[in-house]
Design a protein around this ligand. Sequence first.
Ligand SMILES: NC(=O)c1ccc[n+]([C@@H]2O[C@H](COP(=O)([O-])OP(=O)(O)OC[C@H]3O[C@@H](n4cnc5c(N)ncnc54)[C@H](OP(=O)(O)O)[C@@H]3O)[C@@H](O)[C@H]2O)c1
Length: 393
Amino acid sequence: MSKYQLKWGILATGGIAESFGRDLSVNPETRDRKDIEHVIVAAASSSSSDRAKKYLKAVNAPDSAKAYGSYKELVEDSNVDIIYVATPHSHHYQNTMQCLEAGKNVLCEKSLTVNAAQAEALIKKAKEKNLFLMEALWTRYFPLSIYAREMVTSGKLGTVERTFADLSFGSAPETSFEDSHRMVNPDLAGGALLDLGIYALTWVFQTLYTTQKNPQPPTVQSSMRKYEKTGVDQQTTMLLSFPRKEQGDAHGIATTGMRVASDPNGNMEAPAIRIQGSEGELMVFPPAFRPTRTKLVLKDGTVDQKEWPHPGPGPGSGFKNGFGGNFMPEGEGFGMFWEADECAYALKEGRKEGKYESLDESLVIMKVMDEVRKQHGFTLPEKIETTKYPVDL
Ligand SMILES: NC(=O)c1ccc[n+]([C@@H]2O[C@H](COP(=O)([O-])OP(=O)(O)OC[C@H]3O[C@@H](n4cnc5c(N)ncnc54)[C@H](OP(=O)(O)O)[C@@H]3O)[C@@H](O)[C@H]2O)c1
């Protein structure tokens, strides 16, 4: 059987681009996917082609892969099927628009943009050009997430009334980040909400919205604590109410912050997510972006704990992946390949969006984050919020 080969171009060479690139090198057969393969055919760095060369080496790309010193060269490369945009979210709108304008399919890192108007403009452009566009919410494509959603749709948890979800790091901004760091820098769309809160929202949405037959956008209330030095949010709490016709409203509590961690001792002892229904609950252990453990507790006495390690080339392979200096055990995949596989299947089948998060849903989530920011007067610089294109950032 001939395999469908997806030819990737990587736009930006920072931390997450390395994690993603390394996962692309893992043979899909290690996760029972025998009909697709991934290859990196080019990478571009805005700083230099040397930087792109180093990146290609670090992710073990084939020698034939092209190294570009500008994003423009990458979007013009006719050998590239799809571009992975891995710049800070401040740049997603400009970079993704550049790719779409050049006729490229795009997988864009989260958050898709900094506001809903930008997301809407990208979606419109992708539709106009008949291109594939997907927000890189990798967690949605994990087998663990598929299982969690099935626990809701199968009725196993009864009527799901509430989901709590948190993604927070215990890294107080005043001691952890220089003001120029992308986590706190408004010019790079810093703050907990757009960087971490999107994962708390992902869990609330994928259990209370994605799983509904005719989902309706939630109402939103929120609290926000700003970081005085730079004006971005350092702690945000959101209370969402999802209207449901027959079962009544379901509540989502999404929290994020930089002062207290979801996982205080790093041992995944307290759940980061609790999906609660009339028949029981599913706990998902941290981190919310890459969980590997669940515990189902039902009224009837069932207690079912599961481990969800990501497959990979296995011990002895020399393969290692991770992010931010935290590496997984040798041979274990990081898990970014699940979303890459979804891109391959979508393009193979002619689909224009991701199966587990439609573009409409990405847009509703951007609208929720807009509303939260509006409730607290949290704006970003005009050049970051604009829908004008092109703008030099
Ligand atoms: N999926 C996940 O788990 C995950 C984890 C972390 C981050 N992310 C998302 O991925 C994106 C990038 O995060 P990261 O941690 O990889 O950031 P990073 O290490 O700072 O890398 C960002 C890269 O973007 C490029 N870039 C272009 N213009 C830039 C500018 N003005 N300032 C800084 N960088 C610029 C640079 O690459 P070149 O010099 O090569 O152009 C830089 O290396 C963010 O949207 C973030 O939310 C996702």
